[in-house]
Design a protein around this ligand. Structure first.
Ligand code: ADP
Ligand code: MG
Length: 489
């Protein structure tokens, strides 16, 4: 492990090398059936304003009531981030005006968040990891959504999202390249999905990033940062960092200074542009929400939640390497999604795990990706992959026929063993049958036999002929040996 070695991540400028410094604020929608302070549904995609309670619409006199499920989810996430869980936290009002925020303030947590410092191990490659510090995690309400494209002269407000619980997960400024930031978000998303506290769906906005970027000459103190708001794909996060770093380097090398501001990334133009100058915390006039008591619980409450956590990705990866002898790369690929890891384990039970890993990663994942399917909807089950691997291990079918068999199982389903039987796909290891085929080929091709004696690489051609004659069923090793003997090479 090469931890904290941000090797060769520098950006060459006209005045020398620059280092980019990145900290991310991730907004992750909490997986819960109802909103943070109301009983309205959190379901995505309902008709506009169909999931809005009087609390979410901020009708006068309505009182927020904390949804305990959201609190549990935040604590479980904090545990997954190896973070400090604060037994007492406070909800504050963050005051600002926006048409999709009917309260006129967002209920958030400011000085006393529910989760404090933690740490995420980020995999850059199978052998290179960095640690990214977590500054805090707090719970807050989401706002509604403005729609400007329904009519020429009016804008609409959809409050379905208003009041949905978010976890804001703030990293320390520990990343030094777009690659590191992308790997961090990928890892964080994997952890959240493992624990089941956020579905991680970036297209639906369940996970969004505010990307803080500054640049400095190596060894100097941190530069002024700009915050790029609401970036909603991992690819765009990487692009936004690269173009923003370049922009800042350009300004600094021209003798200018960076204004701390909030910017937007435009993926079509490949540029960031200013949205507003950065507001300071005091602009929001934070104060404790008088409608809500401080949130308090004891260690027993935390301990009980800890027992509900699944095995986390880092631990699973280490176990796969130790238990199954997998390479760090294979283990890393298999644990990216919990469902894939479970699938692999089921298929590998009692079998050659490395062979199973190969089949799952190369054949199955390859095929799933090609068809845009997830492991949950795989047409080939773990038991079926296991059965295919059994047939290979027992030398019943060759690797090539196994691929044909996989194809049949993928499209038609069925028991692999029965399919091999019914379609006589069994590998021919019976040497007399192979010998017969070899004799025929030698008899028919005297010129090639002469050539092969001078040029032993011709053997490949003969093996191909044997395969053709046996419908691909000859055991290649047996064919090779018999051919060598009969050709005298
Ligand atoms: P704010 O609410 O003002 O955005 P936060 O504390 O919520 O402040 O988040 C600040 C984010 O900016 C953190 O992710 C932090 O790591 C990052 N950050 C702080 N200083 C720098 C810097 N000089 N360059 C890049 N990122 C920074
Ligand atoms: Mg912030």
């Amino acid at each position: 492990m090469n931890s904290q070695a941000h090797s060769s991540k520098l950006i060459a400028g006209a005045t020398g090398d620059w280092e980019v410094v990145i900290g991310l604020e991730i907004h992750a929608q909490v997986t819960s059936r109802s909103k943070l302070f109301s009983g309205a549904s959190t379901e995505f995609g309902g008709a506009p304003n169909s999931h809005v309670s009087l609390v979410d619409a901020a009708m006068p006199g309505m009182l927020p009531v904390i949804n305990e499920e959201c609190v549990k989810q935040a604590i479980r996430t904090g545990l997954g981030l190896k973070a400090q869980i604060n037994h007492r936290s406070v909800f504050d009002r963050k005051n600002y005006f926006y048409p999709d925020l009917p309260q006129g303030y967002q209920i958030s947590q400011y000085k006393n968040p529910i989760v404090g410092e933690g740490e995420v191990l980020v995999d850059l490659s199978p052998t290179e990891q960095i640690k990214v510090g977590i500054e805090r995690l707090h719970i807050e309400q989401d706002a509604g959504k403005l729609m400007h494209d329904l009519g020429a002269n009016d804008s609409h407000v959809d409050l379905n999202r208003s009041g949905v619980a978010l976890m804001e997960i703030v990293s320390k400024p520990d990343m030094r390249s777009a690659e590191e930031a992308k790997a961090y978000v990928t890892k964080l998303r994997t952890i959240l999905r493992y624990i089941g506290t956020c579905d991680g769906n970036m297209e639906q906005g369940s996970l969004r990033a505010d990307v803080n970027v500054s640049v400095r000459k190596p060894g100097e103190k941190f530069g002024t940062r700009c915050e790029i708001k609401n970036v909603n794909s991992i690819r765009f996060i990487g692009q936004a960092i690269d173009v923003e770093a370049r922009r800042q380097i350009g300004i600094l090398e021209d003798g200018g200074t960076i204004d701390q501001e909030t910017r937007l990334y435009d993926p079509n133009k490949g540029e960031t542009r200013s949205m507003r100058s950065k507001e300071e915390a005091h602009d929001y006039r934070y104060f404790p929400d008088p409608d809500l008591l401080p949130l308090e619980f004891d260690q027993a409450y935390v301990d009980a939640l800890a027992t509900t956590l699944p095995e986390l990705p880092d631990e699973k990866k280490a176990r796969f390497i130790a238990q199954f002898g997998l390479s760090p790369y294979d283990a890393g690929v298999l644990i990216l999604e919990r469902a894939s890891a479970d699938y692999f384990e089921e298929a590998a039970r009692g079998r050659d795990a490395k062979l199973v890993a190969n089949w799952v990663i190369n054949e199955l994942f390859g095929r799933l990706n090609k068809e845009g399917k997830s492991i949950e909807n795989s047409p080939v089950s773990a038991a079926q992959i296991g059965a295919i691997v059994d047939l290979i291990s027992a030398n019943v079918i060759s690797g090539k026929l196994a691929k044909d068999l996989f194809e049949i199982v993928w499209t038609e389903g069925g028991d692999p063993e029965k399919i091999v039987e019914a379609r006589s796909m069994k590998q021919v290891t019976d040497t007399s049958a192979i010998e017969k085929a070899v004799d025929e080929i030698i008899a028919k091709n005297p010129d090639k036999v002469e050539q092969a004696k001078a040029k032993p690489t011709m053997l490949g051609w003969f093996v191909g002929q044997v395969m053709k004659a046996t419908g691909g069923k000859a055991n290649p090793q047996a064919a090779n040996e018999i051919l060598k003997a009969k050709l005298g090479i």
